[in-house]
Design a protein. Structure first.
Length: 161
C-alpha cells in the first residue's frame, strides 16, 4: 500500500533567489534593484485557491523593493525573518508537517528536513538542491515558482493545468 499524501495547507517561499534571480544591483548609494520574473505570479494565482501562501525575506536593505513586488503587486503576505531564527519562526507560525517550503540557499537547506515537502529552484545553492524533495528545471526569477506551483497542484491536489 502506498503512503498517503500529507495534507498540505501552507506554501512558504523565500524571496531572494526564489522570486528573483538572487542578484542585487548596487550603486554607490546602496541596493538599487532586484530582478523578478514575470511568470511566477501566474503560479501564485493558481495555488492561492488551495494554499495559504506566505513569503519571507531576511533582506533588510532591499525590503522596500521586495515589499513593492510581493505585497503591492502580488498581494502576498510578507514577513521579515532572519536566517538565524528562521526555523523557530517557521515552527511558531506554521504546522510544518502541513507545509511546503521553497528556498535556494544554505540556510534554507537547513530547514528543508522539517517540512512535509521542500522545493529548490534549479539555480539554488548545491546543498539546497541536494536536500530538496523537488528541484525545478527553471531558474529562480525565470519561472521556478510557476513550475513549483504546477508541480504542487499535480502532486498534492491531483489537478492538471
Amino acid at each position: 500500500m502506498e503512503n498517503p499524501k500529507p495534507i498540505i495547507k501552507n506554501l512558504i517561499l523565500d524571496v531572494d533567489g526564489v522570486f528573483n534571480t538572487g542578484q542585487f544591483i548596487y550603486t554607490v548609494d546602496g541596493k538599487f534593484a532586484k530582478i523578478f520574473g514575470p511568470h511566477d505570479n501566474d503560479g501564485i494565482k493558481m495555488i492561492k485557491k488551495h494554499l495559504n501562501v506566505c513569503a519571507i525575506s531576511a533582506d533588510h536593505r532591499g525590503w522596500a523593493i521586495t515589499q513593492k513586488r510581493i505585497v503591492d503587486d502580488m498581494g502576498l503576505r510578507l514577513e521579515k525573518v532572519g536566517e538565524d531564527d528562521r526555523l523557530k519562526w517557521l515552527q511558531n507560525n506554521f504546522d510544518l508537517s502541513q507545509s511546503i517550503y521553497m528556498g535556494d540557499g544554505f540556510w534554507d537547506a537547513k530547514v528543508f528536513p522539517y517540512f512535509a515537502y521542500s522545493i529548490a529552484p534549479n539555480s539554488a545553492f548545491y546543498l539546497a538542491k541536494e536536500k530538496a524533495s523537488f528541484v525545478t528545471i527553471s531558474n529562480a526569477g525565470e519561472g521556478a515558482i510557476l513550475e513549483a506551483c504546477l508541480h504542487i497542484l499535480e502532486k498534492f491536489f491531483n489537478s492538471e493545468v
